[in-house]
Design a protein around this ligand. Structure first.
Ligand code: S5P
Length: 459
């Protein structure tokens, strides 16, 4: 068998221990959370675990093995299969009919039973289980435990005369994970403080408000967006993916009062005409106080992007307040967007996108350092110095059958700390686009307010 340390690292990959901030059932905040149930889903690991546990024990002492329900049941079963020591099963509650037995299986009075437990904390629930087993005239002298949380359980049981054999302790696990580079020094310190019963200081994880972002905003477009958001109590950008001027203007008129920006794909308007499309659109933007975001997603060398931005029929530079651009052309490719804000495409919402972790990391470096960039489009958190725009938001659907993946406003504010949601079909395909815009506006704003609250993970 591999070393105990390597074995633990294998187990760790199954997600059996998590570090962070957890509110336990007791209301206590813990810097770690343990759940060994996933171990049973990997047969090789479960078999190895059984052998590690058996290796620690004087096996001749035992007539029976019993697991504490439920997490230790598969462990006890695997130990029984590996050692040929017979298994008995302890019920959680007595059957309401028939025998009313608490213990199932074949056993005789006076048999010595090895008790198996996954995690020991205070030891109180183990004591209750032992009492129930002893009531059936079985003897318990040894308890084997996979992980000792070092919160007094072992001492309590030993003080009552039981032998407690533990495979891992939380301190040992911390040092294995620290050596393997999976746990930082401050986290280890926090766990040690917690185990000593000291008050644990958690980093407060909460987002910056629009007001604080406004104070630090450098770019005039970021400032305008944040000011409008605060004035309208909205973080909604409507995506106008419609194909005629009339539809575009209708949508702008209906949604205008509720949005902070209207996002266009101007090249899908089949009857585009600068005078008839752009001039009235600009008037509506002024009337309803929203900005124009052209989602052109530039993706070329600087010179070509400059031409695409300033020339052709669309003359984006003349009317858009901000544009989207890929950053695949590198830092200097963004220099041409001098008079507008740029929202860098860092991560996409579609299934199978190539915007992997490492791509996003590199893309963010450019986005954060370029003075024209005001924000990023992404489905992941970004540093608070730039604004986060999140498309792929829909209250009714989880996808569109063409690769788009949707989340709710609640989800993106809570988990990504997004700043602005972008909603297309959720609004323009609705029977009443104005009503839909109002719904998304309210959902988005409430989700934003909730994301300002400090929210530790619940267990
Ligand atoms: O990753 C992205 C980036 C963008 S800008 N995923 C997206 O969906 N978008 C755009 O957001 C997309 O081009 C479309 O205009 C809008 C989403 O529309 P919906 O109808 O799916 O809400």
């Amino acid at each position: 068998m591999e070393s105990k340390k390597d074995f633990f690292l294998e187990c760790y990959k199954l997600g059996i221990i998590k570090f962070g901030r957890f509110t336990l059932k007791s209301g206590i905040e813990s810097p770690f959370y343990v759940d060994l149930r996933p171990l049973a889903s990997d047969p090789k690991i479960l078999k190895n675990l059984a052998n590690y546990l058996l290796d620690m024990l004087p096996l001749d002492n035992f007539d029976l093995i019993c697991g504490v329900p439920y997490a230790a049941l598969p462990m006890a079963t695997a130990m029984s299969l590996e050692s040929y020591i017979p298994l008995i099963i302890k019920r959680k509650e007595a059957k309401e009919y028939g025998t009313k037995k608490m213990i199932e299986g074949i056993y005789q009075k006076g048999h010595n039973c090895l008790l198996v437990e996954d995690v020991i904390t205070s030891g109180k629930s183990l004591l209750e289980t032992i009492a129930e087993i002893e009531q059936e005239d079985l003897k318990v002298a040894d308890i084997v435990v996979v992980l000792d949380r070092e919160q007094g359980g072992k001492q309590l049981l030993e003080s009552k005369g039981y032998r407690v054999h533990t495979l891992f302790s939380i301190s040992e696990v911390c040092s294995i994970l620290k050596d393997a580079g999976k746990l930082a020094d401050d986290e280890v310190q926090r766990i040690q403080d917690f185990l000593k019963g000291n008050h644990v200081q958690f980093k407060e994880e909460h987002r910056l408000s629009y007001e604080s972002k406004l104070k630090c905003a450098q770019h005039s477009v970021s400032k305008k967006l944040l000011e409008i958001a605060l004035a309208k109590k909205s973080n909604l950008i409507a995506s106008a993916d419609v194909t005629t001027t009339q539809e575009l203007l209708d949508l702008a008129e209906k949604t205008g009062p509720h949005i902070i920006a209207l996002k266009t794909h101007i090249d899908i308007i089949s009857d585009f005409d600068y005078e008839k499309t752009i001039l009235p659109l600009k008037e509506l933007a002024l009337k309803h106080q929203f900005l124009l975001m052209e989602d052109r997603k530039f993706a070329d060398i600087g010179n070509t992007q400059e031409l695409q931005f300033t020339s052709g029929v669309f003359k984006i530079t003349d009317w858009a307040d901000f544009v989207t651009s890929q950053v695949i052309g590198g830092f200097e490719s963004l220099d041409c967007f001098r008079n507008v804000g740029v929202v860098a495409i860092v991560g996409m919402s579609s299934k199978g996108t190539l915007t992997t972790n490492s791509y996003r990391e590199e893309a963010l470096k450019i986005a954060l350092s370029h003075p024209n960039v005001i924000g990023a489009v992404s489905q992941h958190k970004v540093p608070e110095d730039i604004l986060l725009f999140t498309p792929g938001v829909n209250l009714a659907d989880s996808g569109d059958g063409k690769g788009q993946q949707y989340n709710t406003p609640q989800h993106v504010f809570k988990t990504l700390h997004t700043d602005f949601i972008i909603v297309g079909r959720g609004i323009y395909k609705a029977e009443d686009a104005e009503k839909a815009a109002l719904t998304y506006k309210n959902e988005g704003w409430n989700a934003y307010l909730q994301s300002l609250e400090k929210n530790p993970a619940e267990v």
